[in-house]
Design a protein around this ligand. Structure first.
Ligand code: ZN
Length: 53
């Protein structure tokens, strides 16, 4: 078990489901991912972190 540093910077986690069709067949595509089921390419962007109203 490796302790990961808690610097407050979230790791870039891979996407597991296509946000459009829900398929799991995703492959890296340029800056984002490509869904093998619906052939959409999309990127995941972090807008904010730790935001509280
Ligand atoms: Zn899809």
């Amino acid at each position: 078990m490796i302790e990961e540093p808690t610097s407050g910077r979230a790791r870039q986690l891979p996407v597991f489901h296509c946000p459009y069709c829900g398929d799991e067949e995703l492959t890296p595509h340029e800056d984002g991912w490509r869904c093998g089921a619906c052939l959409r390419a999309f990127s995941v962007r972090l807008i904010a972190t730790g935001v509280q109203e």
